[in-house]
Design a protein around this ligand. Structure first.
Ligand code: GN1
Ligand code: MG
Length: 341
């Protein structure tokens, strides 16, 4: 277990000898612990500065949105970072940023969905979040990851990897490369969205996987968590990543592609849960793009995995040599299945 510097604990007025700390969750990008004292529980997290070069931007976004919700939507349950004794939202020690959140009692997070109702609950939570913030000017948010869901740029990065990447890997990935190129119309659609004023930039979560929703004991959604990628964005990012990660019974890690399928009842549940909140917010052009959302996100993820594979895994890393190649192939099969729906 990575160790927690005692100064971090001290900054929050706690004593390392008096707490119980355990690794928590499955996140790869940030390290997370659950901290228990005699009478309270917290989540402590580092921020990966390789991925997020500007942790101050994350803290500033959470503060801005938290202040707005407190003032305008006081009934919404929003998990804010605990302040240090000095009143800061983060601690910087040993070249590393740490932040702490209260642990939400009675809550649990899921790593996989057991049924379509959980997809509905999660989609409703992400929809609620964006809807409650419709009066908040998203331009006030800082871009914690510039161009994160810029599909055009992701495509350019892929083309660049075809020229400058690892030639052995480029040869190995020929079939996938051809398949990716064949689907370039998905980038064209994205471009047309960018130039269409009916598509609004909203407060967007940008990481709507199921483990970023807290559920209560009866499996109702409580709230969304992990606001590191909170930025202005289009609804297709949030809706699309739910489709990408909830529709299929197996994950992006699955090597047996014959297990990849789309569950129509989950598709319906995601749209219903999201639209019960966002239905009145979306313009008619945006509603027409509901099915595009999943296509957009799955294609972008395939591009990102494949590009990283061609670039020797420098962004995601890899637990085994072909991991990003497998994940790219997995996502292209998922895309095909969704396009056939
Ligand atoms: C990364 O590590 P995780 O699962 O939170 C990535 C997402 C990708 C995902 C794919 C900041 O998220 O965009 O969809 O991997 N996050 C970042 O596995 O790049
Ligand atoms: Mg995340």
């Amino acid at each position: 277990m990575a160790s927690i510097p005692s100064e971090v604990i001290k900054a929050y007025g706690l004593d390392l000898q008096q707490i119980n700390a355990q690794n928590f969750g499955t996140g790869l990008i940030n390290h997370t612990w659950k901290i228990e004292t005699a009478d309270a529980a917290f989540i402590l997290q580092t921020i990966n500065q390789h991925v997020f070069p500007n942790p101050e931007a994350i803290a500033s976004n959470i503060d801005a949105v938290g202040d707005y919700l407190k003032l305008h939507k006081p009934d919404y349950f929003f998990v804010r970072p605990v302040k240090t004794l000095e009143g800061n939202s983060m601690v910087f020690i040993d070249h590393q940023y740490f932040r702490m959140f209260p642990f939400v009692n009675g809550s649990h997070a899921k790593t996989v969905l057991a049924n379509a109702n959980e997809a509905y609950e999660a989609a409703k939570q992400f929809g609620t979040f964006t809807k409650l913030l419709s009066g908040f000017d998203s331009a006030k948010l800082q871009y914690t990851l510039p161009d994160f869901h810029n599909l055009t740029l992701r495509y350019y990065q892929f083309e660049d990897a075809l020229i400058n990447g690892n030639q052995t890997r480029i040869d190995q990935a020929q079939t996938l490369i051809v398949q990716i190129k064949k689907n370039i119309n998905i980038v064209d659609t994205y471009q047309s969205i960018l130039s269409n004023p009916a598509f609004k930039l909203r407060v967007t979560h940008h990481d709507t996987k199921i483990s970023n929703v807290l559920f209560d004991e009866s499996n109702s959604g409580i709230c969304v968590i992990d606001l590191d990628t909170l930025m202005p964005g289009y609804f297709i990012s949030d809706l699309g990543d739910m489709m990408r990660t909830y529709l299929c019974p197996v994950s992006e890690e699955e090597k047996d592609f014959s297990k990849i399928e789309i569950r129509p009842s989950f598709y319906k549940a995601i749209i219903e849960g999201y639209c019960i909140e966002m239905g009145d917010e979306l313009t008619s052009d945006e509603k027409d793009a509901l099915p595009y959302a999943g296509v957009f996100m799955i294609y972008m993820q395939a591009l990102r995995f494949l590009t990283d594979f061609l670039n020797d895994d420098r962004y995601y890393g890899a637990r085994y040599p072909d991991q990003n190649f497998v994940r790219a192939g997995n996502q292209m099969v998922l895309l095909e299945k969704l396009q056939m729906l």
